[in-house]
Design a binder for this molecule. Structure first.
Ligand code: A2H
Length: 262
């Protein structure tokens, strides 16, 4: 971590229903039957069964970029530019020579997208999940979009609990943040809900407890990776270390994800 490019799994979360703000902006700008995806970058593809929502930074600027015929993505401009270089998106004849040549439809702050309903591949929440705000999202990392797995990510859990507690303050509907958190991975030290357990043990009360959260993140990540065992999905019963790459590859093969380096 930290040295050299990071290999992320870029997941494609299809928009099912826009927030009212973006519905107005989008009208007439893209085909009615076009597909649009939010594209979070994750290091833990084996946890995608537990997605309960997807985070954007409310103040971060996102673009809707044309990927190919009738297909668009929502990411930061920086990420779209990286993706262009990695050859995931744009045909060679239209390869952009600068960020200004990216096929941008419109830009809007993350706050405009909040409340958008999306389909998250592999998630047990097949009814769809919502775009929600997270202050801690960095515009300078990944795609600026972070899918949320509160069972295994302390940051995601702490943020989701805060959103539930203060739904009015954040201007969201409580039910958008109120999805069941399913156990996915069993670990010897933290049981089957690693992130909620660590958040309690380290007495983390809000996403502002950044030092404890950094510690919880380290502990959750190494415990999950080295000692975790899947308790759901196709590889139920098998160690995380052995199945992580298989799950990633099958997401690539189904077209639900692609590799993304940052
Ligand atoms: B991970 P690294 Cl279950 N800003 O995915 C803030 N966080 C970001 C981000 C951004 N721009 N882009 C990606 N991330 C998050 C799952 C997960 C993640 C679990 C547990 C731990 C975990 C579900 N959220 O990450 O700093 C994404 O969240 C802890 C390492 O680039 C991504 O993987 O090394 C991870 O941080 C990438 O972190």
């Amino acid at each position: 971590e930290g040295i050299g490019p990071q290999e992320y799994t870029a997941l494609k979360l299809q928009v099912k229903e826009w927030s009212p703000k973006v519905a107005d902006i989008v009208k007439g700008k893209i085909e009615d039957d076009a597909k649009v995806y939010f594209v979070p970058a994750t290091l833990r593809p084996e946890t995608m069964y537990g997605q309960t929502n997807c985070f954007v930074g409310p103040k971060i600027k996102y673009g809707l970029f044309k990927l190919k015929e009738k297909e668009y993505i929502v990411v930061t401009k920086r990420a779209a530019w990286n993706m262009a270089f990695q050859g995931h998106f744009f045909s060679s004849e239209s390869f952009p020579k600068s960020q200004d040549e990216l096929p941008l439809v419109f830009e809007a702050p993350g706050s405009d997208f909040i409340g958008t309903l999306i389909h998250a591949p592999l998630s047990f929440h097949t009814e769809g999940v919502y775009i929600l705000p997270m202050e801690g999202v960095s515009a300078a990392k990944g795609t600026g979009v972070v899918t949320s797995v509160p069972s295994d990510s302390p940051d995601d859990y702490a943020t989701l609990m805060d959103l539930q507690k203060k739904a009015d303050f954040y201007g969201i509907k409580k039910e958008w943040a109120d999805k069941e958190i399913f156990p996915l991975i069993e670990t010897p030290t933290y049981g089957n809900l690693t992130a909620p357990t660590l958040v309690k043990q380290l007495k983390i009360n809000s996403p502002k407890d950044v030092n404890q959260l950094a510690q919880a993140k380290e502990l959750a990540y190494s415990e999950g990776f080295y000692k975790g065992k899947m308790i759901v999905g196709e590889y139920k019963g098998q160690p995380v270390q052995e199945v992580k790459d298989k799950i990633r590859q099958s997401l690539y093969a189904s077209g639900d994800a692609f590799p993304f380096a940052d």
